[in-house]
Design a protein around this ligand. Structure first.
Ligand code: SF4
Ligand code: SF4
Length: 436
C-alpha cells in the first residue's frame, strides 16, 4: 500500500467537500466539543480548515495536529448544521486513517479490534470479564475507572452470548406479515441480552418471522472510525455475506451505530477502501447498497407498522419516560419522530421531553477514554437534562449512550435506562399480567 499517496486515502468527493466550506461558523454552535473548549481549532470549522491545509501539503500531521483531530466525537452534529453540505464526520474519520498510518494504532485499541474481529475471542473475554467483575465485588469496582466510567456502573456481561440463546428462526403464532433478518450487534450479544429477547418477543407479537443468523460478527465500524480501516474490511465483508439478501423484507438493527453503518456508511467506506487499492469488488459495493436499502432501526420499523402491535389498554401504574436521541440514529439516519411516537403511544407511558434531547451524550466510543475531561463535561449536561424531567426511565436506542448515561445518573434517583423496545415489550406483557 506504500505506493498510494496520502491524498488517495480520502475519496475524491471527500476531498472536494472541503472546498465547500465557506467558513460561516454555523457548525460551531452545534459541536459539543467546541462548546466545551471554546477554542477555534476544536471546532468543526477549525478542523475542516486544518484538513484543507494538510491536503494542500502546507501543514504537517504533527502530534499537535493529531491531537486536535482526535478531539471529535464523530457525532455528525456539524454535518446536520452545515448549510454547505460539508461532511465533517467523514472528513475527520478519514484523517484518523492517515493518523494511524503515520503513528500506528494504539495498543489498547489494537487488542479491542482483535477481540471484535474474532467472536470466539470476544465470547471468551466476556466470560473472563464477568468472572473478574464477580470476584472484584462492588466496592473495589467503584474505585476502578474505564476512561471516566466507574467499573461498577458498567453493566455485567451476559451469562451467555445472545446468539447462543436466540432461535435461528422465530415464527409468530398467527399469519406471517413480514420476514426480517435481525442483526443484534456486539452490545446485545455480550451485554444487553434483554434487548435481544425484547426484539424477538415484540416482533413475533406483530406477526413477523425473525431470522437471527447464528454467525454474525461485529459491524466493523469501531475499527473503521478509529482509523484501522483495513482491519474493518473482514468484518464488513462477513456482514454483507450474511445479511445482504433479497429474501427478506427488512434487516432490523437494535443499535443506532450498526444501523448508521449499514444505512449510510458501508457503500461509502467500501468506496474509500477500494480507492486505497484494497480488494473490494463491485459486487461487494452492490451488496452494501442493497443492505443500505433494506436496513431499518427496530424502533422505527415498529413505528412504521404500529397497527400490527397487539391492542393495548392501560394496565398498571404509569411510567414517566424521557427519550435521548442517539447521534447515529437522529443525525445519521434521520430517525427522531418515530421513537417518540411509539413511546408516547404506549398506554402505560407518560412521555416527557427533556431539554436538548438531541445533544450528544459525550460517549463517542473510545472518545471518553481518550478525552475523559471533555467527555465528562458534555455528559454532565445530558445528565442534568435527564434528571430535570423527573422521569423514571430514559429510553435510547444506542448501547453506547445507554452505558454512558447509565454510568453517570445519580444512583439515588433510581432512573433506569432502557431500549425503547424493552418498554414496548413491558406494555405488551402488562396486558396479560406477565410483566417482569
Ligand atoms: S457550517 Fe459548514 S460551511 Fe459553515 S464553517 Fe461549518 S463546515 Fe464550513
Ligand atoms: S462530528 Fe461532532 S464532535 Fe466532531 S466536529 Fe462535528 S459536531 Fe464536533
Amino acid at each position: 500500500m506504500e505506493h498510494k499517496t496520502e491524498q488517495s486515502l480520502l475519496s475524491p468527493e471527500t476531498m472536494e467537500n472541503i472546498h465547500h466550506c465557506n467558513k460561516c461558523g454555523l457548525c460551531m454552535a452545534a459541536c459539543p466539543v467546541y462548546k466545551e473548549l471554546l477554542l477555534e481549532p476544536a471546532s468543526p470549522r477549525g478542523k475542516v480548515q486544518l484538513s484543507r491545509h494538510l491536503l494542500q501539503g502546507d501543514l504537517e500531521l504533527s502530534p499537535r495536529v493529531k491531537e486536535i483531530l482526535s478531539q471529535c466525537l464523530l457525532c455528525g452534529s456539524c454535518v446536520a448544521a452545515c448549510p454547505s453540505g460539508v461532511q465533517g464526520d467523514r472528513l475527520f474519520s478519514g484523517f484518523r486513517w492517515r493518523v494511524t498510518r503515520r503513528y500506528g494504532v494504539d495498543w489498547k485499541k489494537r487488542i479491542l479490534f482483535q477481540l471484535l474481529a474474532h467472536p470466539w475471542l470476544t465470547a471468551g473475554s466476556a466470560r473472563l470479564g464477568r468472572w473478574a467483575k464477580d470476584i472484584l465485588g462492588k466496592k473495589l469496582q467503584a474505585g476502578i475507572k474505564a476512561g471516566n466510567l466507574p467499573l461498577d456502573r458498567i453493566p455485567p456481561f451476559n451469562q451467555q452470548p445472545f446468539s447462543h440463546q436466540a432461535p435461528e428462526v422465530m415464527n409468530p403464532e398467527g399469519e406471517i406479515r413480514a420476514r426480517v433478518f435481525y442483526f443484534h450487534g456486539c452490545a446485545t450479544n455480550y451485554l444487553f441480552d434483554r434487548v435481544g429477547h425484547a426484539v424477538l418477543s415484540v416482533l413475533s407479537k406483530m406477526g413477523i418471522q425473525v431470522i437471527t443468523p447464528k454467525k454474525q460478527g461485529c459491524c466493523g465500524v469501531p475499527m473503521f472510525l478509529s482509523g484501522a480501516r483495513e482491519e474493518s474490511l473482514a468484518c464488513i465483508s462477513e456482514v454483507l455475506k450474511t445479511f445482504a439478501s433479497q429474501e427478506v423484507d427488512a434487516v432490523v438493527v437494535d443499535c443506532a451505530t450498526c444501523g448508521s453503518a449499514f444505512v449510510r456508511e458501508y457503500p461509502h467506506m467500501l468506496g474509500e477502501l477500494r480507492s486505497l487499492g484494497e480488494d473490494v469488488s463491485g459486487e461487494l459495493i452492490q451488496a452494501a447498497q442493497l443492505l443500505s436499502q433494506k436496513t431499518r432501526d427496530v424502533t422505527a420499523f415498529i413505528g412504521d407498522h404500529m397497527s400490527w402491535l397487539p391492542e393495548m389498554t392501560q394496565a398498571g401504574p404509569l411510567i414517566k419516560v424521557t427519550y435521548h436521541d442517539p447521534c447515529h440514529l437522529l443525525k445519521a439516519q434521520g430517525i427522531g419522530i418515530l421513537p417518540r411516537k411509539v413511546l408516547a403511544g404506549l398506554p402505560n407511558v407518560e412521555f416527557v421531553e427533556m431539554e436538548a434531547a438531541d445533544a450528544c451524550c459525550g460517549g463517542g466510543g473510545s472518545f471518553q477514554v481518550e478525552h475523559p475531561e471533555i467527555s465528562a463535561g458534555i455528559t454532565s449536561k445530558k445528565i442534568q437534562n435527564v434528571q430535570a424531567t423527573g422521569a423514571n426511565v430514559v429510553a435510547t436506542g444506542c448501547p453506547g449512550c445507554r452505558i454512558t448515561i447509565g454510568a453517570h445518573l445519580d444512583p439515588e434517583l433510581e432512573i433506569g435506562v432502557l431500549h425503547p423496545v424493552e418498554l414496548i415489550e413491558l406494555a405488551i406483557k402488562a396486558q396479560t399480567g406477565s410483566a417482569p
